[in-house]
Design a protein around this ligand. Structure first.
Ligand code: ADE
Length: 421
């Protein structure tokens, strides 16, 4: 039941979008291989897919892959600020894929676009943050019977879905793409690491060398961000609530301290925790004049913006993605990208080479769901190991790197327990 309507900003910018989509494709060799096979085997034939993802050049390549696999696809934005309007235009114009996404859309339009995506009556859902699945379960329960299953891209989405499953609320199976090693070891770490700095630098044009850069959270994204910020010459402080990653950060050579202490000395703060109000009143109260605040976690809840608003006597936009808040004592705090994920708001998200693996997992995950959903319970499943390993093998091959294989003697040794000292 494909609705062939769409809602995008400007169809006239489609050609530029197509060039950029093709540019990204060059860096997505694994997805290209999957696409070639999908075009021959059509594993998704007859299936309607509603995808709620960041509308980027990389996502466009995924949508095209699903389409060549036989799926009838529609796409809506998974964040109000991450849409690349030229990509949305090209998908509609050149690929005949309905898109509902406009960069800078307000919250109402954002959810209207999700509802439009669901009017497609999907057999499969593809989410980045679980907004599609949660809207189905809250507002569109009549769709559930027709849904085979879904896939979920990100840590925050997987956490939400596992909470739903634990409550017995989840009514169809979902594959956690984020659980794949070829996703979170690379996308979350190297992708977020690089693209977050890219977003901060594009928004501000500041020099990172010599600055004190505070990374809140040392999950895979925080690890990547801290290592890349250090690589650019910043003096990095990590804050954590979990003793294990805190210890890891310390032994990785970073300073670790409570955020209330880091707040006094940081020049740049970036949250990557997945939790709410990480940067809050007590931190704003002691920050230095000129401090820069950014978030690279999925939702715009990590910086307490309403409190910052309440503390400010003036707020003005000083650059495209920079809102400057002047507090009563004259200190100025600079909030980037309205506290939304800065790598997608002010830059282009993760580079294509790393999205190649994430979206290979999405494409193979959709194929797996098409084949196996009937055997699955209403739970969150990890991507099967053989898919994960195959993606790593293909990526290595595409990067021109060969590795060794075990000799029969070594294989035997690994499966025996008799041999000791
Ligand atoms: N998430 C982070 N970076 C992305 C990108 N380039 N495309 C789609 N989703 C993303």
């Amino acid at each position: 039941m494909s609705t062939k309507s769409f809602d995008i900003k400007n169809p006239r910018v489609a050609d530029g979008g197509r060039h950029r989509i093709e540019w990204a494709e060059q860096e997505m060799p694994v997805l290209r291989l999957i696409r070639e096979r999908f075009a021959k085997e059509r594993p998704l034939a007859g299936l309607r897919i509603s995808a709620c993802l960041h509308v980027t050049t990389e996502t466009a390549n995924l949508m095209h892959t699903l389409q060549l696999g036989g799926a009838d696809v529609v796409l809506c934005a998974s964040n109000p600020l991450s849409t690349q309007d030229d990509v949305a235009a090209s998908l509609v114009t050149h690929y005949e894929i309905p898109v509902y996404a406009i960069k800078g859309e307000d919250n109402k339009t954002y959810y209207d676009h999700i509802r439009a995506g669901l009017d497609h009556q999907p057999h499969l859902t593809m989410d980045d943050g679980a907004d599609l699945v949660s809207t189905i379960h809250k507002e569109r329960t009549e769709l559930i019977d027709g849904i085979l299953g879904g896939t979920e891209e990100t840590t925050t989405g997987v956490i939400r879905l596992r909470a739903m499953a634990a409550d017995g609320a989840l009514k169809f199976p979902v594959l956690a793409v984020n659980d794949a090693a070829t996703k979170h070891f690379f996308d979350n770490r190297y992708g977020t690491g690089q693209s977050t700095l890219d977003g901060i630098v594009r928004a501000t044009n500041i020099l990172l060398a010599g600055k004190t850069f505070v990374v809140c959270g040392y999950g895979w994204c925080g690890r990547g961000l801290a290592s890349r910020a250090r690589g650019m010459g910043a003096n990095v402080i990590v804050t954590e609530i979990d003793p294990l990653p805190a210890l890891e950060a310390l032994m990785d050579g970073f300073r670790v301290m409570p955020l209330t202490e880091a707040a006094r000395v940081g020049d740049i703060f970036c949250t990557v925790t997945g939790d709410i109000n990480v940067l809050d009143k007590q931190h704003f109260e002691v920050m230095k004049d000129g401090a820069i605040l950014a978030n690279s976690g999925h939702f715009n809840v990590e910086i307490n913006i309403p409190v910052l608003d309440g503390m400010a006597k003036e707020k003005r936009k000083v650059r495209e993605f920079v809102d400057q808040y002047t507090l009563n004592d004259g200190r100025r705090l600079n909030l980037l990208g309205e506290g939304r994920l800065i790598n997608l708001a002010a830059a282009e998200g993760h580079p294509a080479s790393v999205m190649d693996m994430s979206f290979a997992n999405q494409a193979l995950g959709a194929e797996y769901m098409a084949r196996h959903a009937a055997e699955l319970e209403d739970k969150v499943y990890t991507i099967p190991q053989d898919i994960d390993r195959e993606i790593a093998r293909l990526k290595l091959k595409a990067m021109g790197t060969e590795i060794d294989t075990l000799t029969p003697e070594q294989e035997k040794y690994l499966t025996s327990w008799e041999e000791g000292t």
